[in-house]
Write a protein of this length. Structure first.
Length: 348
């Protein structure tokens, strides 16, 4: 038994390949793992479940309005406690003490829930010298039900495209918790060293999650135009994949931005447009910068991404700040690297 530290990063979700029930595979996510922001926890064996939040409000809430921060801190404590209890039961151990040192801002479109769940599972397992088997156990933690990006990002990082689910198995209703398999990875490629990602996090209400997200996805799936999926498939196979393999950052940025716009057409009725307000204004503003090769909304937002490179970091950063200023919205602007490795689990 040991005291262990788990560190993992966020992810950008560019969209799904298909939401239409007319096709054989449903979902099929593509995105990238990124270095920042991060989840960091420390876990050690204990006789019961004990969770302590040491992370500061800036780490936990990002740039969400202050009025929402208290609720998010409370929900973080409840979620980590739940993940710790489920992990204890899965591993058949007495208990665990978990200290959360940092967290990805909650419900910001950066994948905080899956990284917290898997970091907790890995911490409990390693504290008792067990293998976490995160891919097999993620469904029992309620993760990996649609997108496999979070699990694969925790495992390996990189650019990721998953296979989605058989439509006949998944339909519009998710199976009960634990009764699905995390989508396999169809393609994984390292993110070139000189690529960077602009991440703009406006200080607005968080993106959808939980039951609200489930309901929105169900509605979008029921109405989804299958022709959009055919167009997205062509972009992924003929543009996205060749660009990441060849290291052509401009072509990659343009292609993933097109994937995001087409995904937004599926969600327009649910989120008030191709991008949720005020994300559309930020996307449009940073897209005008010659330093940004493509931009879009990550997952349900409100985080916005822009694809850039090491030579244009400062210009891209200024474009992000200018977008927030033009819209009169507070927020944070980051320039981050892609992450080509999985989570770190080390002695604490």
């Amino acid at each position: 038994m040991a005291r262990v530290r788990v560190v993992t990063g966020a992810r950008l979700h560019f969209g799904f390949e298909n939401l239409s029930l007319s096709h054989e595979r449903l979902y099929g996510a593509l995105g990238v793992a990124i270095d920042e922001p991060t989840v960091e926890i420390v876990a050690e064996p204990a006789e019961a479940i004990d969770v302590t939040i040491e992370a500061d409000a800036d780490s936990l809430c990002g740039d969400l309005p202050d009025s929402l921060c208290g609720d998010l801190v409370a929900s973080l404590h409840a979620d980590v406690t739940d993940y710790a209890e489920r992990s204890r039961d899965l591993l058949d151990v007495p208990g665990v003490s978990i200290t959360v040192r940092s967290s990805i801002p909650r419900h910001a479109g950066l994948g905080s829930g899956t990284q917290l769940a898997l970091a907790t599972l890995a911490g409990v397992a390693r504290a008792y010298d067990r293998e976490p088997h995160v891919r097999d156990r993620a469904p029992r933690l309620g993760r990996g039900g649609r997108s496999g990006l979070g699990v694969a990002g925790f495992e390996t990082g990189g650019f990721l495209l998953d296979t989605g689910h058989p439509t006949a198995r998944f339909t519009t209703e998710r199976p009960p918790v634990g009764e699905w398999e995390v989508p396999a990875i169809a393609a994984r490629h390292p993110i070139p060293d000189d690529w960077r990602f602009l991440v703009v996090s406006p200080a607005v209400d968080p993106g959808r999650s939980g039951d609200a997200e489930d309901e929105s996805i169900r509605t979008a799936v029921e109405r989804a135009d299958p022709d959009l999926a055919d167009r997205i498939a062509g972009i992924v196979t003929r543009r996205v994949l060749p660009a990441v393999v060849d290291g052509r950052v401009g072509a990659f940025g343009e292609a993933v931005a097109d994937v995001g716009r087409l995904n937004g057409a599926w969600y327009a009725d649910e989120q008030g447009g191709v991008y949720r307000p005020p994300v559309g204004g930020i996307v449009a503003s940073i897209s005008d910068s010659p330093a940004v090769y493509g931009a879009g909304q990550s997952s349900w937002g409100p985080a916005v991404y822009g694809v850039t490179d090491v030579e244009h970091v400062e210009t891209a950063r200024e474009a992000g700040r200018a977008a927030l200023e033009t819209l009169g919205v507070d927020g944070r602007v980051r320039i981050v690297r892609g992450r080509n490795h999985g989570a770190h689990v080390d002695p604490a």
